[in-house]
Ligand binder design. Structure first.
Ligand code: SAM
Length: 372
């Protein structure tokens, strides 16, 4: 590894065991290494050198017991102690090192990549990992990485909250994350307020997450579902604003902006100028983000005014109305009708939820609007 990629595998200074470090600075966007690895016999042997959580190996008796009870050989006979120990080790190695990816049909596959398995996880990493549907993996630098830095990628989708990240890493990978973002968030849950840098990193994560994981999902939503989601995002956004968790509030704003874009697709007759501004700013930001990704300039610039504009526009767009008196429509088709002839989503006498805290909390009834 070191000779080909100028990387070295050595002890980390913290509790993560060994990790991969770069001997040279790496420019933003550089693809570190295409890592499609078809298995040779030599590689198979190398899998046994991958990291395995110590406590499970130590817990020898119960592990052996478990494997001898659960698994049998092809001919139905019992596994010997040696075989059961080997099974257990494979099991633990896979559990500690596997990476999930999805084929065209969205079916999850899990794989072991010999080189990628040497990289530690960080919740705000310096590499972005991508696995194509054929299993080919690339790791791409998110920003300039200085010489000597440890290279990391996120084992789980980016942009999740601390509690969710902790749960998933523990459950799916068996470790308590000791990265700097987690440390900071544990010490100061309001870190986003003070650490502009973190907010920017998170924004980037959010953008990437949405692009990679949510685009398809958002494209399936009906008008009613968009409205419901926007309302939920706005409520969370208000709560995060109150807590001064600015980056989380931004996250919700990004969701809102994208949902507006989806609504625009569904109701192109939507003539509200605020909505139009939100939608076009979102689309423009998307275009720039995609362009930046394609060019390899994948860092979100704090002066990325398209993004800032999209967020502002999303915040100032006509808020979705939640009407406490009117129960939610039973079926999506009925909800589709809950759009005014000019494409707005207002209901008369309704209460609004305002993501910025600056918009009026009560809307004026929309003339001519009928609920039938
Ligand atoms: C795929 S291996 C990574 C390489 C491993 N550190 C080694 O020595 O070969 C995954 C294991 O590294 C450790 N690890 C990786 N990222 C970590 C993090 N952010 N915090 C704590 N431990 C981490 C955990 O023990 C995890 O099970």
């Amino acid at each position: 590894m070191a000779t080909t990629y100028n990387l070295e595998y050595k002890d980390t200074w913290d509790m993560k065991g060994k990790g991969v470090f770069t001997k040279v600075a790496i420019a933003a966007g550089t693809v570190i290494s295409p890592m499609f690895e078809s298995l040779t016999e030599e590689q198979k042997a190398q899998y046994f050198t991958l990291y395995a959580v110590k406590r499970y190996e130590d817990d020898d008796a119960s592990m052996l017991d478990y494997f001898q009870n659960v698994y049998t050989k092809a001919d139905g006979s019992k596994l010997s102690d040696f075989e059961a120990r080997r099974y257990a080790r494979v099991f633990v190695i896979v559990w500690c090192n596997y990476i999930a990816f999805y084929d065209q049909d969205g079916v999850e596959h899990r794989g072991l990549w010999l080189k990628a398995s040497r990289f530690n996880h960080k919740c705000s990493p310096n590499l972005l990992m991508n696995i194509k549907t054929n299993g080919e993996m690339t790791l791409r630098a998110r920003h300039l990485i200085p010489e000597g830095a440890e290279l990391t990628f996120s084992y789980i989708p980016l942009g999740k909250f601390r509690a969710e990240r902790r749960r998933q890493l523990l459950q799916d990978f068996g470790f308590e994350c000791a990265c700097d973002l987690c440390d900071l968030e544990d010490l100061r849950p309001d870190a986003g307020q003070h650490e502009e840098r973190l907010a920017i990193l998170r924004l980037h994560d959010v953008g990437e997450t949405m692009r990679l994981y949510r685009e398809n999902e958002f494209n399936q939503l009906t008008v009613a579902e968009c409205n419901a989601r926007i309302a939920r995002c706005q409520i969370r956004c208000v709560q995060y604003n109150r807590l001064l968790w600015n980056d989380y509030a931004f996250y919700e704003l990004l969701n809102i902006a994208d949902l507006w874009a989806r609504l625009w697709q569904l109701t192109p007759n939507n003539t509200d100028p605020n909505n139009q501004r939100a939608v076009f700013a979102t689309i423009e930001w998307r275009r720039c983000l995609n362009g930046a990704c394609n060019l390899g300039r994948i860092v979100v610039d704090p002066n990325d005014w398209h993004l800032v504009d999209a967020l502002r526009a999303a915040a100032s767009a006509t808020p979705v109305i939640i009407d406490p008196q009117t129960p939610a429509p039973e079926d999506p088709a009925a909800a589709e009708k809950a759009v005014t002839p000019d494409g707005r989503f207002l209901r008369s006498g309704a209460r609004t939820v305002d993501p910025t805290g600056s918009l009026p909390m009560v809307s004026t009834p929309t003339p001519g609007w009928k609920t039938a």
